[in-house]
Design a protein around this ligand. Structure first.
Ligand SMILES: Cc1ncc(COP(=O)(O)O)c(C=O)c1O
Length: 383
């Protein structure tokens, strides 16, 4: 794959290495947005079908990306909404526990913390051992070892949002299955760029904000919710989530039956006439590119940066635990972080800095100039 910057409206002198914060919009999504906005001028142009057809396409495309069926996909506004939808339908084991990792993203952390309180289960936060320099393998091992017959739920991100450490979803999913624990994954920082297979990984629910690696607009997220939740109760009672809701003249027949599978978990007004067409375009584009090709592009793009930093003595996680699209650099001590921060800003390089870590995230809109610019700034700051 070649750089895909031409499909975005990114300013020429900006080096945006921060897709983990928010993705830029595709031109095709922008165009879909403008078209949708103009259509809303005249409600006479909005027909009953429009309440359902774009969301159905979005569900279908997302299902393909994660190897599921569209019946198991729900349209939600945020990850916290998705976590609550699922957690509200899980009973805790007696004297049980729920597991997440240290520094999990707050939406997941607060959701599982509340579930534990309401279900009298203990919350276990898993850390890597203190003496580890490279933490990926040890962190995964510690997590898997803590999953026992007492575990009700494991809720983790597929890729850690701060440092890009990858969790071995296949192994964790197998252990969850063995002990009868639900496996809830926050895929926000990997789905769209890394392979996802909800069946292979035995995932109960996969929740993804769309505005990062799915190139979606802010305020739409997507959830895969497996058939274990078919009898579940949604957070709210939207008219659209009942069978026959397409028949506008018979809505007050008050159907008792929810839409099948995960359709009942769609947020009210899920047809969002502006955001849904935007998301449809971005999912279509991701399928055209293919996540494994995107990952391969990111891997070759960052190679000069990795080579340079290795020459300075910076160590990197093993391939299995390292994300080529999102990683944190622990820079040598002689690099003045304040100076680096200022130099990055001066050179229009957008990254995230946390403590002594520099979080870099790349995608198909980045090119070698972005990486060379970053290398040069690190060189200038290496005093
Ligand atoms: C791992 C992860 N989950 C979720 C979110 C966003 O959560 P929400 O949709 O609840 O705002 C982020 C944003 O940075 C994230 O990194």
């Amino acid at each position: 794959m070649k750089c895909q910057k031409h499909l975005f409206n990114i300013k020429e002198n900006i080096h945006y290495l921060n897709c983990a914060y928010k993705a830029p919009l595709l031109k095709s999504s922008e165009e879909a947005c403008i078209k949708a906005l103009i259509k809303e001028r005249n409600p006479s142009d909005i027909i009953a079908d429009n309440f359902f057809n774009v969301t159905e396409e979005v569900r279908g495309y997302f299902a393909e990306i994660i190897n599921s069926s569209s019946n198991n996909i729900a349209i939600i506004p945020s990850t916290s909404y998705g976590f609550s939808s699922v957690l509200n339908n899980i009973e805790g084991k007696k004297n049980g526990n729920a597991i997440t990792i240290q520094d999990e993203f707050p939406s997941g952390y607060f959701s599982i913390k509340r579930w534990c309180k309401e279900n009298s289960n203990e919350l276990l936060l898993i850390n890597p051992d203190d003496d580890q320099i490279l933490i990926g393998e040890n962190w995964n091992d510690n997590l898997i070892n803590q999953i026992t017959e007492q575990t009700s739920i494991v809720l983790i991100s597929s890729v850690h949002w701060m440092n890009g450490i990858r969790f071995n979803l296949e192994k964790i999913g197998q252990k969850c299955k063995k002990v009868g624990a639900k496996f809830i994954v926050d895929g926000t920082q990997s789905v769209g760029v890394l392979k996802m297979d909800v069946n292979k990984y035995n995932i109960s629910a996969l929740i993804c904000a769309s505005y990062k690696w799915l190139f979606g607009p802010y305020s739409v997220a997507l959830a895969y919710i497996n058939d274990d939740f078919n009898q579940g109760k949604p957070l709210e009672e939207s008219w659209m989530n009942r069978v026959n809701s397409e028949n506008f003249s018979a809505l007050t027949n008050y159907e008792d039956t929810y839409q099948s599978n995960a359709g009942k978990f769609n947020v009210g007004e899920s047809s969002n006439f502006i955001l849904m067409p935007m998301l449809r375009e971005s999912l279509k584009q991701i399928m055209k590119w293919k996540p494994n090709e995107i990952e391969a592009y990111c891997k070759s793009l960052i190679q000069p940066l990795i080579n340079y930093l290795e020459s300075l003595g910076v160590a990197f996680e093993k391939e299995k635990y390292f994300s080529n699209h999102l990683f944190a650099l622990q820079l040598p001590a002689n690099i003045n972080m304040e100076l680096l921060k200022n130099n990055l800003i001066k050179n229009n390089i957008y990254t995230s800095i946390r403590g002594n870590y520099l979080r870099v995230s790349v995608n198909v809109f980045n090119d070698e100039k972005d990486i060379l610019k970053l290398i040069n700034v690190i060189k200038q700051t290496n005093i």
